[in-house]
Write a protein that binds this ligand. Structure first.
Ligand SMILES: Cc1ncc(COP(=O)(O)O)c(C=O)c1O
Length: 488
């Protein structure tokens, strides 16, 4: 093809919409099959990914052939996380209205940096900010920044905290950096998510320089061990431990922290949504007393990827920390997205967040969260009846499961992962390996849990038949019936 022909061809493809029709067909097929295909790609699908190892084409390739390649070799290599039996990480499913809205936003191809670049995105960012504060019970005036995920949201929250703590010490960290800066203190629980430690390293606050506080048996920060706080302190708390789902005791901790002017940031990647459930919001009572929060839309709320949100009580601190200027940057009297985030150009992810919140409404969000918690309890109760050990108090969407011995647990996990029926991840809890179940999709039904529990029983029988039989009478197992660690 001649160089100039590519433009004519793209114009024809845009106008005919044939490629979009083709993609839509593939998407329909994918959605129709997702519940019955292996949850993790089988060996052939993984092998076929090698088909992508081709040299960069010298010449333009067919658009239709490109989509076909994605469908033939890409789709089978995906993890079926939009089906009902993916429990590996807190990945979340996808709300259909939000997916459709994302398609529209993709066609619009907007950049939310400035109001003058996309008025509609500026408007929706503002609307979602108000809705989120209302839904999560956060203070009036809290601002939101829309980023790729909780890691970046935490980066934004802690950058705002760093700016403010140094400002109080008469030190402009934006201008002077950390060289010879007066000391500030960072206090973190041992059980904080790894992304928090990564962010502290990125910000020059030093993973090893911080003060680490021990956790209790559920991974909550031990509030009795938090050192005395003052206005030089940044304290990190957690709404939803990544293993157990446990919530820090915010009321007990945040109230004195506020009185002493410490900055409190809450990593609420998946757990902050508990505030939107009238039945469960007491689990995070007092979280609204913090100064900044990070939360993901793509986890518990089931927006499409990627959607992280930083929320900050003090607009000025966040805006000062994210400041950028340039002769050509044209700020407006409206919302200019880039003032709240590190990036200038971004995806207009707020469109699908807005669609999710509008579609679900208050009741729908609560039902989504409650459904996940109920499925987690169902999982734990049924596994306990089958004499698996449940290692955590199941308060939210997380269940930690173990066999009778560490070796058996590892075998069960490997068999589950190979089963194709469901997929769970592994972790280390209380010095022993554990299987981690995260219920995070609206698509998980009670029948999905039944099928998955059967897969656990099957995986154990294949793992160690002898131990499994012995386990039927083992003193290590939980008694059948209602497990005291479950709260429905
Ligand atoms: C508690 C917690 N914090 C932070 C993160 C990081 O979030 P993201 O992957 O959206 O950056 C996760 C991810 O699972 C998490 O569970």
């Amino acid at each position: 093809m001649k160089k100039s022909d590519i433009h004519a061809q793209m114009r024809r493809e845009r106008d005919s919409k044939r490629l979009l029709d083709q993609a839509r067909q593939y998407v329909y097929e994918y959605i129709d099959a997702v519940d019955e295909r292996p949850v993790f790609p089988d060996e052939r699908a993984i092998r076929n990914l090698d088909r992508f190892d081709e040299p960069l084409p010298e010449r333009s390739q067919s658009g239709s052939g490109t989509l076909d390649m994605l469908n033939t070799y890409g789709a089978p290599g995906t993890v079926a996380q939009t089906g009902g039996r993916y429990f590996g990480f807190v990945n979340g499913g996808v709300v259909p209205t939000a997916l459709a809205a994302r398609w529209m936003a993709d066609a619009w191809d907007q950049n939310p940096a400035l109001y003058v670049i996309s008025p509609v995105v500026g408007k929706l960012e503002q609307v979602c900010e108000n809705w989120l504060c209302e839904l999560l019970g956060l203070p009036d005036g809290t601002v939101a920044g829309y980023v790729s995920g909780s890691s970046t949201a935490t980066l934004c929250g802690l950058t705002a905290a760093r700016y403010e703590l140094f400002r109080r010490l008469d030190w402009d960290v934006n201008a002077k950096g950390l060289f010879r800066a007066p000391p500030i203190r960072v206090i973190v629980c041992h059980q904080a998510h790894s992304s928090v430690f990564k962010v502290l390293a990125l910000l020059g606050l030093g993973k090893d320089r911080i003060e680490r506080v021990p956790a209790d048996s559920q991974g909550r920060i031990d509030s009795s061990r938090i050192p005395a706080l003052d206005d030089r302190c940044l304290l990190l708390l957690q709404a939803g431990n990544v293993n157990t789902g446990a919530f820090d005791r915010f009321e007990e901790i945040c109230d004195p922290a506020r009185k002493n002017d410490a900055w409190v940031h809450v990593d609420g990647a998946f757990g902050l949504w508990v505030k939107a459930s009238p039945a469960r919001k007491a689990l995070a009572k007092g979280v609204e007393l913090a100064d900044s929060w990070s939360v993901d839309g793509h986890k518990t709320l089931n927006t499409p990827y990627d959607c992280g949100i930083v929320l900050c009580r003090q607009r000025d601190s966040l805006v000062a920390a994210m400041q950028a200027s340039g002769d050509y940057i044209q700020y407006s009297d409206h919302r200019d997205g880039m003032m709240h985030v590190p990036e200038m150009s971004r995806r207009a992810r707020v469109v699908d967040l807005w669609a999710t919140l509008r579609y679900l409404g208050r009741d729908g969000v609560a039902a989504l969260i409650d459904g996940m918690c109920e499925r987690a309890v169902q999982f734990a109760e049924q596994l306990a009846i089958h004499r698996f050990r449940i290692l955590n108090e199941v308060v939210f969407n997380q269940v930690l499961v173990a066999g009778h011995t560490p070796a058996q647990t590892r075998d069960i996990l490997a068999n589950i992962q190979a089963s194709g029926v469901c997929w769970c991840g592994g972790t280390q809890w209380d010095d022993e390996p554990a299987i981690r179940i995260s219920v995070s999709s609206w698509a998980t039904t009670p029948e999905d849990v039944d099928r998955s529990v059967e897969a656990f029983v099957d995986a154990r029988s294949k793992a160690m038949p002898d131990h499994s039989d012995a386990g039927q009478n083992s003193a290590m197992t939980s008694p059948p019936g209602k497990n005291p660690k479950l709260s429905s």
